[in-house]
Every structure is written in C-alpha cells, then in structure tokens.
Design a protein around this ligand. Structure first.
Ligand SMILES: [Ca+2]
Ligand SMILES: [Ca+2]
Ligand SMILES: [Ca+2]
Ligand SMILES: [Ca+2]
Length: 466
C-alpha cells in the first residue's frame, strides 16, 4: 500500500534523519523562555531536504492521513494562548501566527476573530493551530471586508503547518475577489488542514497555489461559495513541480463547480478519497491537462445531485482545453446519486485500472465514507451553518446561495483551568498523571509514545464526539 512512498523515503532517509536530529537537538534546548530558534538552527541544506520530504516519522496527530500526515506542526515548541478576539497585540491569534519557532496556538476565548487589518499570513514554519482547545462553540475567522477583505487563513512560503478545528466564514465582501479564498496554501510543504469549515468565499473555499507538496485536506466542510465564483476546491493552480496531495473525507456542498478542480503536472500523486460532493451545478470533479495531464485516483466518493444539479451536470469530467498531454484517472467505488452525467466519455478514455500512485490509505466503501463524513466532518462543535449543510446533504435540500449569511451567535463559555500555562486542562492533567503545576506538554507521562499535549487534544476530540 505504501510501496512508492516507501521507496522514495528510503532514498532520502539518511539525510532526513540528520535533519530531524538537528531539529530535535534544537527543540531539546527550548524551554518556555521564548528562545525558539529551531528554524534558524537548521542549515539551508537540511531545510531544503526537509521541504522535499514527507517529514517526520511521527504523524502530525493520531489518525492523520494522506500525504500531509507527517507535518510536524508546532510539536516540541511554545504553547501560545490566544486570549483575545482582537485583531492584533499580545494574546492575539495574529501574534501566535507571526511568532517564530515551533509554536502551538491554543484558545482561551471563543467567538469571531475578525481581522480589521490585512489578515496575518502563516509564513513562519512549525505551527499548529489547535482550535479544539477553544471553549464553547469554538473559533470562527472573518475579515472586515473592503481592502482588507482577503483570505483569512493564508499559508505561504513555509512548511510543517497543522491547522485543526477552525472555521472561516467571510460574511463581508472584500474588494479583490481573486484574493479572497477561505483557506489558501501557497508555495508550502507538509501542511495538513483537518476538521476545518468554511463558507462564503468569493474565490475558492480552499485553494492550493504554486509550488506545494505533501499536503492533506481532510475531514472538512466547504460550502456556499458565492456566485459567480462559487467553487469548492482548486487543489492546484499554477503548479511548478509535481506534488503529493490528498483530499480525504471532506464535504463540498452548494458549489457550482470545482468539486474539486484537479490540475497538476505529470509525476504528481493526487488522491481524492472518501469525500461527499453535493449539489454541483455545472461540474463536480474536473481533471485538467494544462500542465501536462493530471494523474489522479478518485475512489470511495459520493457524488450526489441537489436542487441546483441538472441532467447536464457532469460528475467526473476531463477538461482538455489547453491540454499539454493526457491525464490519467483511476476511478473506483464511487457512488453517483441522481440524474446527471456520471463520467464523461473523454474522461473514461483516460481511465486506468489501478491507482495512479499507491494510495496512502485503503479507502472506505463509498456508502460507509458518506455516513462517516456526515457524522464527523467539519469543525466541532458544529455551528448552525455546518448543521444545515449536513442536513441538506442528507435530505437533498438547500441551494447555492447568492450572498453570505450571518455568522451564528456564540454562547458564553469559559476556558478550562490551565494554571501552569501548558495548554492542558489542569483537571485532565491530575486525572492523567501529568503535572498540573508544571509546564510539561511535550513529556510523555504515561510512556505510550504520545506526548502529553497530543494526548490531551485526543481527549478533547473524543469529548466532542470525534
Ligand atoms: Ca483562489
Ligand atoms: Ca495545565
Ligand atoms: Ca502541566
Ligand atoms: Ca503519553
């Protein structure tokens, strides 16, 4: 199953181990005194090597899947509490995002973080945004529209980024449509977006741009793009090199096309597995050939018609406009539900009997995947928007919207007690053998191979029913 990846890994493993050893040496010297110089401590060669590889042997978190599953994130770094919903200043999300060195943003507040200035860019490597730590209804990102109405979560020119359990809902309109995705991953390596949600983007809800590699987008809900550019996912635009890219377990709903749009160079390993695509208008999945023909595996997905879907809507289409060579499509166990064109004849013409690259997971059966995505995807607890999306998919209701809606109100909530500022609930610490009076997120109190902080995050996930 991991054959191809394993072979490549063996090629770079010695250098990678050196790079990881260098990293470990740096992080071992990091206390909580703010001296986090890991990225500066690596040689350029080691960084280059890292950016070409899928990363640590360790998973980003238990259950991480796909090509981005080994993103390091902020593991071993500084725990940075977000204590204000304000745009900037001490305790803001911006301050955490813009800090240097390995770091984890944890949230002591819940509600809408509305960027009133240009949204921060994630450009410094080794960052985890742990939205699960937010109290109550969690965190939603938005902007104040106009000239600063740009993509609220932009990952650019960096690597090793983990973003989980956070929503982007742009209720106000920016002046530059093409710069207003919900999530953009640009020129970056080893990124995983997991259990995120977004709506009302005027460009794509999620967009991979330029020279990315080792990317996963998983377990997320992308719904209600705003016409006339109501598009779910543009997995690659202007790619310059082959990429490893996984799109797994997501829901795309109420988007006219790009559900998703797949346009990578030959040599790429692209997998679209176990997703639910609902209520496309013109196209569901589009496989393009303008960079030499995309190889892609599309397996275990459900393509479901909704009120905007017509008999001329296409499920899997080969887009050969500007073709520079034929793509290759492995199609297996996809379920097409409704009256539309399932797979165009020209797409069938480039179909392959086996995966274009070894799949990183064994896909679930399409119907099992459908039930799983409806039960688990998106940011938890689900807000009213995601709840509506899931209800629409289930009941074949809802429509593409013409304008953004209103961000649901947040209940008042209090953060868990964390007297030692290590991001972990003191009550959980006492019950689980970690030290509730000392900063010990990266120790392994129970010796199970998982650090204390990641164990605590797993507990929070389970508490939310994940
Ligand atoms: Ca875009
Ligand atoms: Ca604590
Ligand atoms: Ca502690
Ligand atoms: Ca442990």
């Amino acid at each position: 199953m991991h054959g191809d990846v394993t072979v490549k890994r063996q090629d770079y493993l010695p250098k990678l181990l050196l790079a990881v050893a260098a990293l470990s040496a740096c992080s071992a010297s990091n206390g909580r005194d703010g001296k986090h110089e890991n990225s500066k401590g690596l040689s350029k060669e080691a960084l280059d090597e890292l950016s070409q590889s899928k990363g640590d042997a360790q998973l980003a978190f238990p259950g991480a899947v796909g090509y981005g599953a080994h993103a390091r994130g902020g593991r071993g770094g500084k725990i940075m509490p977000v204590t204000t919903l304000g745009d900037d200043g001490p305790g803001s999300l911006r301050a955490c995002v813009e800090a240097q060195g390995p770091r984890v943003c944890v949230f002591r507040v819940s509600g809408v973080i509305r960027f009133t200035k240009r949204p921060p860019r994630i450009t410094n490597p080794y960052l985890t945004i742990a939205g699960q730590t937010a109290p109550g209804d969690g965190i939603t990102l938005a902007h104040s529209g106009g000239a600063v109405g740009l993509t609220p979560l932009l990952i650019k020119n960096t690597h090793d980024i983990v973003v989980r359990n956070i929503r982007v809902r742009a209720d106000l309109s920016g002046t530059e449509r093409g710069s207003e995705d919900s999530f953009t991953i640009e020129n970056s390596a080893r990124v995983i977006l997991d259990h995120v949600s977004s709506s009302w983007a005027r460009d794509e809800l999620v967009n991979g741009y330029a020279d990315n590699d080792w990317i996963t987008i998983s377990n997320s809900i992308f719904a209600y793009g705003i016409p006339k550019h109501d598009k779910c996912a543009l997995l690659a635009s202007d790619p310059t090199n082959a990429q490893h890219f996984s799109f797994v377990g997501n829901i795309c709903a109420h988007n006219g096309d790009r559900n998703p749009d797949i346009n990578f160079p030959p040599g790429s390993c692209v997998e679209v597995l176990n997703n639910v695509f609902y209520n496309a208008q013109s196209e569901f999945a589009e496989i393009w050939e303008s960079y030499g023909g995309t190889p892609v595996s599309i397996a275990g997905n459900v393509f479901k018609a909704g009120p905007n879907t017509s008999p001329s809507t296409v499920g899997v289409v080969r887009q050969s406009i500007g073709s520079k060579g034929p793509g290759a499509i492995y199609l297996n166990d996809n379920l097409f539900d409704g009256n539309f064109v399932q797979v165009t004849t020209s797409a069938q013409g480039i179909s392959r009997p086996s995966p274009t690259c070894p799949l990183t997971i064994t896909p679930l059966n399409a119907q099992v995947a459908y039930a799983s995505a409806l039960a688990r995807s998106g940011t938890w607890p689900r807000d009213a928007i995601d709840a509506q999306v899931v209800s629409d998919v289930r009941n074949r209701t809802g429509r593409i919207v013409k304008a953004p809606g209103i961000i649901p109100a947040f209940a008042i909530a209090t953060a868990y007690p964390d007297s030692d500022d290590d991001g972990m609930d003191d009550r959980w610490e006492k019950a689980n053998g970690t030290n509730a009076a000392a900063y010990d997120p990266w120790e392994d109190a129970d010796g199970n191979g998982l650090n204390n902080f990641d164990s605590f995050i797993e507990y929070l996930n389970k508490e939310r029913g994940l």
